[in-house]
Design a binder for this molecule. Structure first.
Ligand code: KG4
Ligand code: ZN
Length: 494
């Protein structure tokens, strides 16, 4: 990107050239000279290097906000991010002067400019009919909080300080992150003990516990990071998918915080967060890739051709993988959550002891079904009990786990081959399963595919992964409007 600096009178010849090439009714030299003289309430910037300017733009600082006066880029330099860079810097100048909002008018037919401004966090608020004298075209009026483009600029520089909040299931979590990679704090308050005696997450309890924990968790995340709300560039919130009563607690709190502080809000899809947990652990993880997200609520195989583009190839038709671990653990009475208990037991068991079904192993698609396996385990346990035999729990755990892993590994390898990717990542609570990690790593390696996994602390729900995904969304200017709602079944890619 070109260097951006203050406009001086010496720039005016070049500026007038760009102006004349851009508009049917260009501004005159006298107008520009007048603007440059008004140092108190004007900021004019130019982009380019010393021998050639490629663009310029200016704002007027008024009590109701900063008005974009003029912005133009040479035809040769269009689509290179020059206008975007100028806008980001103008917003930063306004934000630094305590001006909270900025506005502009743009031709209603100028779809490229409308898209650019939308990606900078502007929203259309009205129309001025036949605004342009020369063409009679309508103008769209757009507004943005200056904090939005200022946050995008910080993210582009890798300096954004983001507070992320996660409350989609049974963990209340908050994290402060710089530049999408540096975890300054990650606080997780788990409710697992409150759900344990029910053998699964009770939505009403989850919702209640989030409301109890959220203030303390956020305060602790800020304190451990050594920052306060005024230091932040943006807030991030998981707004789906998940338990609706749990999601709304975080979403409502984040909206209130955004309203009270004026900070822009970024909405993150929980599953995207699980994918970014691997990116946090392995910066070299890059699309095109395939991701397997396996948790208590989800089992999805996703093709990621580029960050932000997600094609779900298949998912579970019934129970999620973690849910199957939890239900089997409950059946044999070894506690909740079931995943860690079963994987520990499985270490001493024989995975070939009981031939449990490999559901949909040869279904030819990327969907999964785990309820049949659960039923097979129930049937096996009942039969053994009826026959008066004691169940060898390690063998049962190892055989059940192997049945889950075999199908996941087979579909993972097939997807990696079909979509011809060199990178694969695993995410979600079940990604903490060592046997799954190892089976996947070796099967993928045999096919020349590199596996990235998060550290154990980032497998189960946390807010650091939400902050990492938010950083990426921030660089694209994807903000959540304050009237957006928590969405229980939010599809990936939204
Ligand atoms: O991602 P997560 O914290 O919450 C959801 O988004 O659902 O995942 C929790 C799930 C639980 O079902 C738990 O049993 C499972 O992850 N899990 C495991 C292991 N550790 C946690 N499953 C298998 N093996 C593990 N070691
Ligand atoms: Zn999760």
């Amino acid at each position: 990107m070109s260097a951006i600096r203050r406009m001086t009178p010496e720039d005016l010849n070049a500026v007038l050239g760009i102006e004349a090439a851009s508009f049917g009714a260009p501004w005159t030299r006298a107008l520009f000279e007048d603007e440059l003289a008004r140092e108190n309430d004007r900021v004019w910037l130019v982009a380019g290097d010393d021998d050639a300017l490629v663009g310029f733009g200016g704002i007027m600082l008024a009590p109701d906000g900063a008005h974009i006066m003029d912005l133009a880029v040479t035809p040769e330099a269009r689509r290179l991010g020059v206008a975007r860079g100028l806008m980001l810097h103008l917003a930063r100048e306004a934000a630094d002067r305590g001006v909270a909002r900025m506005t502009l008018e743009v031709g209603a037919g100028n779809t490229a400019a409308l898209a650019l401004y939308a990606s900078l966090g502007f929203t259309a608020t009205g129309l001025r009919p036949r605004y342009y004298d020369d063409t009679g075209e309508d103008a769209v009026i757009m507004w943005a909080d200056t904090a939005r483009p200022a946050a995008i600029l910080a993210a582009e520089r890798g300096e954004d300080l983001v507070l992320a909040i996660e409350s989609s299931c049974d963990e209340t979590a908050a994290s402060v992150m710089r530049g999408g990679t540096e975890i300054l704090s990650s606080v997780v308050a788990t409710q697992v003990d409150f759900h344990a005696r029910f053998g699964g997450v009770v939505p009403e309890i989850a919702s209640r516990k989030h409301t109890e924990a959220i203030v303390g968790v956020i305060d602790e995340a800020l304190e451990r990071a050594g920052v306060t709300l005024v230091d932040l560039d943006a807030l991030a919130i998981t707004y789906g998918p998940g338990l609706i009563g749990a999601l709304v607690v975080g979403v409502a709190y984040a909206k209130g915080l955004a309203l009270g502080t004026g900070l822009p809000l970024v909405g993150v899809n929980h599953l995207e967060g699980h994918i970014f947990a691997s990116k946090l652990a392995d910066p070299e993880l890059e699309p095109p890739l395939i991701a397997l997200v396996v948790s208590g609520g989800h089992t999805s195989l996703v093709h990621v051709p580029a960050w932000g583009e997600y094609h779900t190839l298949g998912s579970t038709l019934d129970d999620a993988a973690g849910e199957a671990f939890d239900k089997v653990a409950k059946l044999v009475g070894i506690g909740y959550p079931g995943g860690p208990a079963i994987s520990r037991l499985a270490e001493q068991g024989n995975p070939a002891a009981i031939p449990f079904p490999r559901a949909m192993l040869h279904s030819g698609d990327y969907d999964f079904s785990l309820s049949g396996l659960k039923t097979a385990v129930i049937t096996y346990v009942r039969k053994e009990e009826a026959a008066g035999r004691t169940i060898h729990l390690p063998d049962l755990a190892a055989s059940f786990q192997a049945a889950v892993i075999d199908v996941q590994v087979a579909k993972a390898v097939r997807a990696a081959t079909e979509y011809d990717v060199r990178h694969f990542c695993l995410g979600g609570g079940v990604a903490a399963n060592t046997a799954l990690r190892e089976a996947l790593r070796s099967a993928l390696a045999d096919n020349g595919v590199r596996l990235s996994v998060p550290p154990f602390s980032l497998c189960t729900d946390n807010a650091a992964m939400i902050a990492a995904a938010a950083h990426f969304r921030l660089t694209r200017g994807a903000f959540l409007e304050l009237n957006a709602e928590a969405t229980a079944s939010l599809p990936l890619g939204v």
